[in-house]
Design a protein around this ligand. Structure first.
Ligand code: FES
Length: 149
């Protein structure tokens, strides 16, 4: 059983548009993986966080590279079969899983860092079942909203 967790992702302040930081969390005896991404747009900055798992097949989106964003597409994308996800909503609008969405996580900015909330298993909005592997942890990455350079 997974308890609710708050994961600190350090140093998101300096991330550029589309840059991400990865993190891991405890997922019922397995290691869940996620990422926080900075979106810098004319109307402001936004941090988004998602589980690192494609909506098509349960593979990591980045294949371990830490890169999730295609500037050419303006989309989060999957390196396996090319699914592309609108970065604010996480909804796939191109590729093999159009209409499905990434599992979105709550994230807030806390100074230079981000704090991601992982719901407990069984909670409304909880992440999908089985995950990858491993214990919870922290990472560094982009966070929250607004930011500066
Ligand atoms: S596993 Fe991601 S597009 Fe197929």
């Amino acid at each position: 059983m997974r308890a609710a967790q708050r994961i600190v992702v350090e140093g998101v302040e300096g991330l550029q548009h589309g840059q991400a930081r990865t993190f891991v969390f405890e997922d019922g005896g397995y290691e869940g993986r996620g990422f926080v991404m900075m979106l810098r747009e004319p109307d402001g900055e936004t941090l988004v966080a998602y589980r690192n798992r494609c909506a098509h097949v349960s593979f990591d989106l980045d294949m371990g590279t830490g890169e999730f964003f295609s500037a050419k597409l303006g989309r989060i994308y999957c390196r396996t079969h090319g699914a592309a996800y609108e970065p604010h909503s996480g909804v796939c609008d191109r590729g093999p899983c159009v209409g499905k969405a990434l599992e979105k996580l709550e994230v807030e900015r806390q100074g230079r860092d981000a704090v991601v909330s992982i719901p407990a298993l069984g909670q409304a909005g909880a992440l999908g079942q089985a995950g990858a592997s491993g214990p919870a942890a922290e990472a560094g990455g982009p966070s929250g909203e607004a930011g500066g350079a």
